[in-house]
Design a protein around this ligand. Structure first.
Ligand code: 5RP
Length: 223
């Protein structure tokens, strides 16, 4: 099965997973990326079963609107029953690296407001130790060089993602050459650097459920 077919399969499984939570007043969180896009496309068939969605990026907001799904400001909503999103890497504790699509900060905010985080991913995203995928860090533009020097001091190799401006008007450093054995500790440490908006380690708020698309079917993992 192709990677795209696996993404569509996990998106369909996510619909089955969240359908019991779709009520007339439910506003759900929706993530960003190609797997999340498959989920949005599948969700469109159920748009009359729930109130709307909070989007983790402008691109996701546009795709939801194109399907006729109402998009709400997070500040106007409150708690969300569920957040569905992809990941760049995910380990057995359902800790993740996210931000390959530069939406990590909004993704982390929406995830923080969700009662349940359902991660949807194809089998290539499952790893033993996080860090094979370069860790994205969103930085305030004027702090980029300072943060990069601090990351080098911590043993990482940051690379400026040239030409990318996040939805928040910031820049991205992708950190190579690091394996994260204690991702929750590193997540907090990196967020403490002045000028960092957030980093792509999702360990302090990991996923609650992982739907993993494999050649032999959908695996469901929980914490
Ligand atoms: C975007 C993300 C995505 O969830 C992550 O990059 C996975 O994307 P895809 O589903 O396209 O592989 O964190 O910022």
């Amino acid at each position: 099965m192709s990677q795209d077919a696996l993404k569509r399969a996990v998106a369909a499984a996510a619909i089955d997973e969240i359908r019991p939570l779709l009520t007339a007043d439910a506003v759900i969180g929706v993530g960003t990326g190609s797997t999340a896009n498959c989920f949005i496309d599948a969700l469109a068939a159920y748009k009359h079963d729930f109130r709307g969605a909070v989007a983790s990026s402008e691109a996701t907001a546009q795709r939801l609107k194109d399907h006729g799904i109402e998009v709400f400001e997070l500040n106007h909503v409150g708690s969300l029953p569920v957040y569905v999103d992809g990941a760049d890497e995910i380990n057995a504790r359902l800790e993740m690296i996210k931000g390959g699509g530069a939406a990590l900060t909004r993704e982390k905010i929406v995830a923080a407001c969700a009662e349940r985080f359902v991660c949807i991913a194809d089998a290539s995203k499952r790893v033993e130790v996080l860090g094979g995928f370069p860790l994205p860090i969103e930085v305030i533009p004027m702090a980029r060089s300072y943060v990069a020097r601090e990351l080098v001091r911590l043993g990482m190799t940051p690379v400026y993602r040239d030409g990318v401006i996040t939805d928040n008007g910031n820049q991205i450093l992708d950190c190579f050459d690091a394996l994260f054995e204690e991702p929750a500790r590193t997540e907090a440490e990196l967020n403490n650097l002045v000028g960092v908006v957030t980093n792509g380690l999702f360990a302090r708020r990991p996923a609650d459920v992982l739907l993993l698309g494999t050649e032999s079917g959908i695996e469901r993992h929980t914490r």
